[in-house]
Design a protein around this ligand. Structure first.
Ligand code: C2E
Ligand code: MG
Ligand code: MG
Ligand code: MG
Length: 289
């Protein structure tokens, strides 16, 4: 009996692994065609000023409306796209569409709201990427000061010399550069001094444990990172803000920008536009008083 059960268990186990492999294969095989067919959609999540509490920027986050699997998370398909190279055309599509959207917001009067775009390591190290970026900038005519690229530590550290050159060039165009998920990689503080960055985004894992009245390590780390960012002349963004107690702590510490479900989840383009228009209307009303 034991043998039989074991056999059954292992069959169930094998099947689910098999399913995962099939799913991954399907995603892998349909990625390139999906870029051509534009099955992707950009959602937008606001960043809120630490003092003003008004929308002060936003991040583009990609979603894939897969014909048979439904809406897919970037957590699932971005690593696969990085593996098979589809991230290059997909990344270009994301960059172009985020720029077009931002240009549109700027043209209808929602000025000075920068768009943050996530860039994969594979894009950064692709020799043709910068040329294509220049073409898209030319095509979309979005003022470069309204663009911020979000990069992660691990991708910068794999080839720090090349990364530094690329970032210097990007910044010479007027584009800002942020370090995403700060604190999750092999954070060596010495490289921070050498990397020309505009913004640090402290990872949501540090924010999620913040509680008022509870002195904890995460609070100590966030305080230290805030000081570090200030000293290095960088802006500090906290991601993953879900509770008003976290908001209060972060504002008291002097965090410049806040982002998280407390304000809004990432939402479709139309909805984000409405959110911005509401935010603009409220601030106009306040100015009239
Ligand atoms: P990320 O750039 O660090 O983005 C933040 C992630 O945290 C997003 O997940 C966002 O929806 C989620 N988030 C925001 N606020 C909260 C909160 O208060 N609580 C919780 N629990 N989560 C929150 P998403 O959209 O699933 O994206 C996951 C990751 O996928 C991103 O992490 C980024 O690394 C990657 N990604 C997303 N879009 C793109 C893209 O266009 N290009 C590239 N290369 N990567 C992307
Ligand atoms: Mg990001
Ligand atoms: Mg992040
Ligand atoms: Mg993160």
């Amino acid at each position: 009996i034991a043998k039989q059960t074991g056999g059954n268990c292992s069959m169930i186990f094998t099947q689910s692994i098999q399913e995962q492999i099939e799913r991954r294969k399907l995603i892998q095989q349909s990625l390139l065609q999906a870029v051509e067919d534009e099955q992707f959609e950009l959602y937008y999540q606001p960043k809120v000023g630490g003092i003003s509490r008004r929308v002060c920027g936003y991040e583009a986050l990609v979603r894939w409306n897969h014909p048979s699997l439904g809406m897919l998370s970037p957590v699932e398909f971005i690593p696969i796209a990085e593996d098979n190279g589809a991230i290059l055309p997909l990344g270009d599509w994301i960059f172009e569409n985020a720029c077009l959207y931002a240009k549109n917001l700027n043209d209808i009067g929602l000025i000075d709201l920068p768009v943050a775009i996530n860039i994969s390591a594979i894009q950064l190290s692709d020799p043709g990427w910068l040329d294509r970026l220049l073409l898209i900038l030319d095509k979309t005519q979005l003022p470069t000061h309204l663009i911020e690229l979000e990069l992660t530590e691990s991708q910068l550290l794999t080839d720090i010399e090349n990364s530094t050159d690329t970032i210097n060039y990007i910044r010479s165009l007027g584009i800002k550069v942020a370090l995403d998920d700060f604190g999750t990689g092999y954070s060596s503080l010495s490289y921070l001094r050498n990397l020309p960055l505009d913004t640090l985004k402290i990872d949501r894992s540090f924010v999620s444990h913040l509680q008022e009245g509870h002195e904890n390590y995460d609070l100590a780390i966030i305080k230290a990172v805030t000081t570090l960012a200030k000293q290095l002349g960088m802006a500090l963004v906290a991601e993953g803000v879900e509770q008003s107690t976290q908001e209060k702590i972060l504002t008291d510490i002097g965090c410049d920008q806040l982002q998280g479900y407390l304000y809004s989840k990432p939402i479709p383009a139309e909805e984000f536009l409405e959110l911005c228009l509401k935010s603009l209307a409220t601030s106009k009303k306040m100015n009239n008083f």
